[in-house]
Ligand binder design. Structure first.
Ligand SMILES: Cc1cc2nc3c(=O)[nH]c(=O)nc-3n(C[C@H](O)[C@H](O)[C@H](O)COP(=O)(O)OP(=O)(O)OC[C@H]3O[C@@H](n4cnc5c(N)ncnc54)[C@H](O)[C@@H]3O)c2cc1C
Ligand code: FES
Length: 242
């Protein structure tokens, strides 16, 4: 669905990281783990960004400035943006007594709404969030306010546990075995190796975002091709080659 989103705010919240709040009817259809394709004026291809929070008609997006598109987006402080979405399958909401949510860096935002949905279902939610360094820390207060059990790691030890998320899990002997994850590929590979039950959300360069161009295909372990935009971005652990 193509809709306009009214910019409510677009603020800097950490090093190179911005929080964009959009008022749009798309919010009523959105699920945790889905994304929207945002048209940034002056750029031909839309940019895919995950839905971090859904609050009535407000969608919150948290994005990192990595190139020209996101650099232009950070300077748009008012008006409307053309949005295509909500896209992708989203995370399933299953009957699990305990879920372990693992997020790395800018992979963390879609896991916020997911944590909220699992808490609503009555699951006990543990969140392990890893960052390169403390200046990139996001969503700490928000996760704490939800009431999840929150653990934070930084690669350089500038905040929380010194090390990566899996080392933190070993250190604190976190034994939950149903995992929901999003983050950099090396982290997802390690999770895929260690755990058998759960889902992760993948990122891939995209063009159409709606399953038509085959530009975002990844290879399944069954030899089939999967479109990250349409068949994903959320896949069960063990489903695709990482
Ligand atoms: C389903 C999905 C959800 C996403 N959700 C978020 C999110 O919530 N927050 C966020 O900050 N980013 C998210 N991304 C990544 C985001 O789409 C890219 O960072 C953005 O499109 C880059 O645009 P740009 O014009 O600034 O950079 P470009 O100039 O296009 O590229 C700059 C750099 O970013 C890298 N890059 C570009 N696109 C991607 C991509 N799709 N995946 C990984 N690296 C990329 C390039 O390799 C290059 O190094 C998501 C991507 C996908 C596919
Ligand atoms: S981006 Fe076109 S098929 Fe996925």
């Amino acid at each position: 669905m193509l809709e306009n989103g009214k910019i409510i705010q677009n603020n800097n919240i950490a090093e190179d990281i911005y929080e964009l709040k959009l008022e749009t009817d798309l919010a009523y259809k959105a699920k945790a783990g889905q994304f929207i394709n945002i048209e940034i004026p002056g750029f031909f291809l839309r940019r895919p960004l995950s839905i971090a929070m859904i609050d009535g008609p407000i969608l919150t997006i948290i994005y990192k400035v990595v190139g020209q598109g996101t650099a232009a987006l950070k300077d748009i402080k008012a008006g409307t943006l053309s949005l295509l979405g909500p896209l992708g399958n989203g995370f399933p909401l299953l009957d699990e007594a305990r879920v372990l949510i693992i997020g790395g860096g800018i992979g963390l935002p879609p896991l916020y709404e997911l944590a909220r949905q699992y808490l609503k279902k009555g699951s006990e939610v543990t969140v392990v969030a890893g960052f390169q360094t403390s200046s990139q820390l996001i969503l700490e207060d928000e996760f704490k306010a939800l009431g999840v059990k929150l653990y934070i790691a930084t690669d350089d030890g500038s905040y929380g546990y010194h090390g990566n998320v899996l080392a933190l899990i070993d250190h604190y002997k976190i034994s939950d075995d149903f995992v929901l994850a999003c983050g950099p590929l090396p982290m997802l590979r390690a999770i895929d190796k260690r755990y058998e039950r759960g889902y992760y959300s993948l990122e891939q360069r995209m063009a159409c975002g709606v399953g038509a161009c085959m530009g975002c295909v990844c290879k399944g372990k069954d030899g089939k091709a999967y479109r990250v935009c349409k068949d994903g971005p959320v896949f069960p652990l063990g489903k695709v080659e990482l």
